[in-house]
Design a protein around this ligand. Sequence first.
Ligand SMILES: [Cu+2]
Length: 867
Amino acid sequence: MTTELERPESTGGRYPSRFKQSGLKARHLRAHIVVVVWAALALLAATAQQSLPIARWLAIHLFLLGAATTAIVVWSEHFTVALLHARRPDERWSDARLAGVNLAVVGVLVGVWMDRPLLIGAAAALLVVAVAAHLVVLVRMGRGALGGRLAPIVDFYRVAAGVLIVGVVLGGLLATGRAGAQHYAELRLAHIHVTLLGWIGLPVLGTLFMLWPTVLGVRMAERTTRVARWVLGLTGGGLLTTVVGLAAGWRPPAVIGVVAYAVGLALAVELFARTVRGRRPVSAAAAWTFGAAVVWLCIGVTTDAVILTIRPLAQAGEEVGALVPVLLIGVVAQVLVGALTYLLPIVLGSGPKERAAVRAVLERGWLARLVTLNGGVALVALPLPGPSGAAGMLLAATAGTVFIALTVSALVRAGRRTGESRSARGPVLVGSAAGAVLIALAVLLANSGGDTHRPAVAAGAGSGAATATRTVDVTLTDMRIRPSRIEVTAGTALKLKVTNKDAQRHDLKLDGGPSTPLLSHGQSRTLDLGPLTKDRTAWCTLPGHRAAGMTMALVVKNATDTATSPHDGHTTILDSTGLDLSADFSRGWKPRDPDLAPVPAGRVHRIELHAASRTIEVAPGVKQQMWTFGGTAPGPTLHGNVGDVFEITLVNDDTTMGHGIDFHAGSLSPDTSMRTLQPGQRLVYRFRADKAGAWLYHCSSAPMLQHMGNGMYGAVIIDPPGLKKVDHEYVLVSSELYLGTPGSAAQVAKMRQDTPDTWVFNGAAAQYAKAPLKAQAGERARFWVVAAGPSDGIAFHVVGTVFDTVYKEGAYLLRPGEPGGSQALDLAPAQGGFVETRFPAAGHYSFVDHDMRHAEAGAMGMVEVSE
Ligand SMILES: [Cu+2]
């Protein structure tokens, strides 16, 4: 028994006959345009990782959920018809299912983008319905159909559809926050395995059983049916075991399942390898592309098994996550490329001549593209330092972009012939696809320009032929340059081999040049200084690093010029001229809203925080560059109940330096969650607020004095259980403020000496004196106070009132009805609490830091109480 697919085209096969029905051809054309548009959007998102929120998530899901899913739904239905000799399912329903899938995908993507849990839930439900309908059709086509010896392949599609439903449910739980905090890491792992190895991996394997010999132009091996059954049993069963193991947080079954999957994969690969003959394949381009994809799948599955074996599940997520781009590009993109290269000519061409023409377009430069793409994947996969990963992505993206462009051009040609193009729809779709590709290309080109690998400029090199030469190893570590002082005799030609051993990036610049580029961890550069005739200094140019002590002196012995005063560098120093607190803030200035917003619905609170520099009016008429979380200093106040989970995505939008974050409200190992993120990096910081209190959060990157002193802090308020409602609930974060260029020597000196220019509530001096809080006589108010420092605490007092409630650092010191009263809430740096009082009558009640140096310099405000 043979199927039409077993007849290679080169032998004059009848396969294309089905596509002669122009309706089917037009539908396939449309479906492929959709695939191309999804793929192009994914490429675009992948290039925008620095600027777009959730860009990495978007790129992965645009590609897998958009492009790959559309392709799998279309082709699995088509192949099922062909393999089972079944009747084609009703066209309109097929279209409806495909539309449902695509609509659902749009809903999921938009829902996650805009953080709308309801939309995510509804879209996920629609996706489940559409995929379930697809599954039903695949199952029903089996009934009464003749079947063939390739019938088991259809089972791959059926199992995959069932698996996608599981994947969507898991993804929905994760995206809407229903997964909870404890099992988040394990469920995410389960989601990744189900979707990548199941929904994508199984149809790919199944299809290859028939497509591989077809592409090679050889007969299918006799034992294909048997092997296919075994492979499905091992991979499907293994996947089920893995997912159950992961979901239950139990490692042994997870490992066993992946190993079973790997054994199944090995069986398939063995069959594929034996199918290869010396003959010239029908499409060498498709054959090599499929071959490469299978190799990456094997590498991915093996690495996955190793990671799950040696890492605790809670920590395996990050490493498995690093595999995702490898599988995405190496396997999924490559299988798509191979399948389209072989199948599109069959779909689009109506005779051998036309087919050959389409194939010629799609195979243009295939060998170069194959090498580029796989070289790129290898660079991404290998644990090489810094820029090689980005270079790999760029290579792979270039190959992908070229293929998309070729596909678009093939589709455009076919569209012209089908007559479909007479309606406006075809050109519009093709046009938008082409536009997306062009934009992707432009972004890629734009992004590829900004590398820092200019060679170090040699100053005076070569002029000291007769002088002694000395090379010194210099390391950058712990915010220090070691050695910090080098002495040489006059005329010595000096070379510095600079190595960065710090987790943060640093560079080394000498006064008057040369300088190294920014060095990542482990990178080194040699600077040739030539013969040294006078003292010189060197430092790290990253903001604040020089002030924190990253300087080095090069001292010439016996030199006539013994001046050792360091140069002043290139930082402009803004001297504090004293603040005029009686002046007005600029027009359009708005005070920071001091009201505590109610606890948002749900037990999981998701916040995306961007670390970025902003210029902010910090005192009447005084603007200052601040380092911020979320564009404000202090950063946004988080509010929750005991037991709530906070999922903070920190994105470092700062282009010049690294930042991290530390939430005092949760307890967890600082090692990974509080690490420094380099520019463009992101981190998901998840903690459960198990204890009530007014907590500080702040930047966790060195030097913390500068990062906090420049504004990177905020408050987390966790209500104690049973907290009574009051008429007004305010949050006041107190801090010092240091004017001047952030990181400059003068500003950092003020921080070190604890001589701030002003003390402030919520980031601006005297702001609530200019814009008083409003209340009515007899109303009850609660003041949450957090002392952010970085160095000074606070004695919070409201003039004209007595506090009847004091809650400090997790406990009540005083409750209403007790005989005592309180006058000030004293907090050391990083402490927090609240006080409550009732305003007895109309009037102007000042609130202050009762350290009068602080109050008079800005730490004061007003509650205006009316009748
Ligand atoms: Cu920072």
